[in-house]
Design a protein around this ligand. Structure first.
Ligand code: FE
Length: 340
């Protein structure tokens, strides 16, 4: 068991400490489990509940995915970390590829998490599902205008000129969406699609909330958003003039991504680490995903009411390897298309 506090761990890592965005402790200064987390959404609630139910105390250190992965590599077997938690499937795939995650065998997880949302070798498991789909202003768009087969590609049609808002090219959300398009259509066609968005004078937004506000204000008619930002914004302002359209329902399905976790290879407490991941995928699913309006990965668990109101949808199967291995190609393609 670990007897190092998060602050001690930070002090020992001065070079990296400056890039970390914060740390938190649940259950005292010498917790049983140390979690390196790139997930910033209301972690305390779920982890606190886990500690209450199991007696296993949890400490977490936050940073972004790349920083935390670098830190794991630098620390090697001496790492205080037991669990690595990320957003974006490509980052989970990367953690496994760089040999920082231990394979585990768990019937609980095999039953709770669909095949495509977990690593075949048990090195990582998706725990929360987010959809990146089309949002629009119902005052200026009729949903029948969307291409129901290839909705993302359809936004390259000249009829959307001057009407589009999307996220910046540096966002992992944009990069994984484009990696998904390369995986689905091949590079040449994916480039045509992104060039079509650029030709439509797409307005680039630096975050998903600003994007929703621009649609609400009528600055743009259509955008692409992670569904939970709409749920969050609607909760604050039920009169928001933004509706959600489930993309590509008559085609390949809506693009999704996951937030998930794996047991760190250098963990001194892999049993409790596995128990935490199993809990998050089962009894703790609602506590973990609802606070951020995400979809449970576990099909036996119901989504919370705000997102349930968005209606059922068919998702594209998740190809974590494509999101990870095609990331550099996606970044390159975005630059080539002049997408900022
Ligand atoms: Fe987000």
């Amino acid at each position: 068991m670990h007897r190092r506090s998060a602050m001690t761990a930070l002090a020992g890592m001065t070079a990296l400490a400056s890039v970390l965005t914060g740390c938190g402790v649940i259950g005292g200064q010498s917790a049983d489990l140390q979690i390196y987390s790139a997930r910033h959404y209301d972690l305390e609630g779920a982890f606190g509940q886990f500690t209450e139910e199991t007696g296993i105390t949890v400490e977490f250190i936050s940073g972004d995915d790349a920083e935390l992965l670098e830190r794991l590599k630098a620390e090697g077997d001496d790492t205080p970390a037991d669990v690595f938690m990320t957003v974006d499937a490509g980052n989970l795939w990367n953690g496994a590829r760089q040999d920082e995650l231990a394979p585990i065998s768990s019937t609980v997880l095999d039953e709770a998490v669909p095949d495509d949302l977990r690593d075949a070798e048990g090195r990582w498991y998706g725990l929360a599902l987010r959809a990146r789909t089309v949002t629009y202003n119902p005052g200026s768009v009729d949903p029948s205008e969307f291409d129901a087969v290839e909705t993302y590609a359809g936004l390259a049609d000249p009829k959307w000129k001057g009407r589009l808002c999307m996220r910046d090219a540096t966002s992992a959300y944009t990069q994984s969406l484009v990696a998904g398009l390369i995986d689905l259509h091949g590079r040449e066609r994916a480039l045509e699609i992104v060039e079509g968005w650029v030709a439509n004078d797409v307005a680039i937004m630096s975050n998903d909330i600003l994007l929703l506000e621009a649609i609400d204000a009528g600055t743009c008619d259509v955008g692409i958003n992670n569904h939970y930002y709409l749920a969050r914004t609607l909760e604050e302002n039920p009169d928001l003039d933004v509706d959600l359209y489930w993309a590509s329902q008559e085609g390949a399905g809506t693009h999704v991504n996951i937030s998930g976790a794996g047991v760190v290879k250098g963990s001194d407490n892999p049993e409790d680490a596995q128990r935490l991941i199993e809990w998050l995928a089962t009894d703790g699913q609602n506590a973990f995903v609802d606070a951020n309006h995400e979809f449970p990965v576990n099909p036996a668990v119901q989504p919370e009411p705000v997102i349930a109101a968005f209606g059922d949808f068919t998702r594209m199967p998740l190809n974590a390897e494509a999101y990870g291995s095609l990331n550099a190609e996606a970044v390159d393609l975005l630059a080539e298309a002049g997408y900022r």
